[in-house]
Write a protein that binds this ligand. Structure first.
Ligand code: SF4
Length: 386
């Protein structure tokens, strides 16, 4: 049995899978209409927290620098149960003085006064799932909130939190170029420090996937999204939101520490349904079936559903794929490490060519994607790892 090595553990993720509705594009581990299980699930989380952190020896217990409560919609977590979990966690872990503690909230699914409670239990960063400001688009994707709800949530959050992120999706059906630009020109004036802009991914078997097949939805022209993304990067930087990863933009001093854990491949522990843990060499994932997950913990069994020990090649590939998404880039040797002499020459020529056409650049002894390269990151990474 593999022994996890969490000596450098600095980050913890907690998953709350419950949502008041299911968005048509969503592929996350999210459950709508399962509110009756909230209390039992919350108790299971406490069992898992006790079990996981009791397993770590005293030597392995370090200060936690980042806690992320994601979902699902964690703002639907009843206050008393969330408080229980927070107490359980604080009994087991020590947080660093300036730890980043984030919770995701959805407009319309967070009650008035809840932000004060969240602040009181130690949350210091809020991430709001805005996605779009077009009510017809939101409703077409089964999101039960409006742009007005978003503004209300934002105003309430800003009374208690300085560090606020908003998530937006680029490429949603029904969002024209003009509409997208209007959204960006609006959010840059909001009292926020961080913006995540994700390209829409169409996952198989989602209502969006089937809706596209039956022409219920039409996606914007893919070719128009690259220049629109580049426009977005420029526009955001004019207002001090600097890109530090392909999808992430922050005001100075507000880059997300939790995000960086994943890109740097630092160790983290994930607690909850389907949550992943990682120690740099091995990744494990909790069971993804709600009843299965809860029963295993209640009966003292293992909640782990999947474990994968990475090969050196896989580690290399991950380093490259994740590192190239960031403004810090990677050491060039990661591209040709473990290759034979012919392959090394091929990769070196490829890197030179990508530099020549302006998609890669040398920076601080490393290489990274240029702005143009970031817009076609997938294609470049595929070439580099093939
Ligand atoms: S609110 Fe978020 S997690 Fe829940 S269904 Fe929608 S996209 Fe998925």
């Amino acid at each position: 049995m593999y022994n996890f090595d969490f000596k450098k553990l600095r980050a913890v993720y907690i998953h709350w899978p419950f949502c008041p509705y299911r968005c048509h594009f969503c592929d996350f581990i999210a459950l709508a209409g399962h509110e009756r299980f909230m209390e039992r699930y919350s108790n299971s989380l406490n069992l898992e927290i006790n079990k996981m952190f009791d397993c770590l020896s005293t030597v392995q217990k370090t200060e936690i620098d980042s806690l992320y409560i994601g979902g699902g919609t964690p703002s639907t977590w009843p206050n008393s149960l969330l408080l229980d979990m927070s107490v359980t966690l604080n009994n087991k872990l020590t947080f660093s003085k300036h730890a980043e503690i984030t919770i995701e909230v959805n407009p319309g699914a967070v009650s008035e006064g809840q932000f004060e409670f969240l602040k009181n239990i130690g949350i210091n960063r809020v991430s709001i799932g805005v996605q779009s400001l077009d009510n017809a688009v939101l409703s077409g994707l089964n999101r039960k909130h409006t742009a007005q709800d978003t503004l209300k949530t934002l105003n309430q959050a800003s009374l208690f939190f300085e560090n606020i992120n908003v998530d937006l999706i680029l490429g949603l059906p029904g969002v024209s170029e003009e509409e997208w630009k209007k959204i960006i020109k609006t959010v840059v004036f909001w009292p926020i420090k961080h913006i995540s802009v994700y390209f829409l991914t169409v996952y198989e078997k989602t209502p969006l996937y089937f809706g596209l097949k039956t022409n219920k939805f039409t996606l914007p022209d893919g070719d128009s999204l690259v220049p629109l993304y580049e426009w977005t990067v420029q526009e955001l930087s004019c207002y001090g939101f600097n890109r530090y990863e392909i999808s992430n933009f922050a005001k100075e001093g507000f880059e997300s520490r939790h995000n960086k854990t994943y890109w740097n491949r630092d160790p983290y522990i994930g607690i909850g349904l389907g949550a992943c843990s990682f120690d740099g060499k091995c990744r494990l994932q909790n069971k993804k079936n709600l009843i299965d997950y809860m029963e295993c913990l209640e009966k003292g069994g293992s909640q782990i559903g999947f474990m994968e020990q990475l090969t050196e090649d896989q580690i290399q590939m991950e380093r490259l794929m994740l590192g190239l998404r960031t403004k810090d880039g990677i050491e060039a040797r990661f591209i040709w490490q473990n290759k034979n002499a012919i392959e090394v020459d091929e990769k070196k020529s490829l890197v030179k060519e990508l530099e020549r056409i302006g998609l890669l650049e040398k920076f601080d002894g490393k290489i990274r994607l240029t702005s143009a390269g970031m817009a076609v990151e997938n294609d470049i990474i595929l070439k580099l790892i093939s």
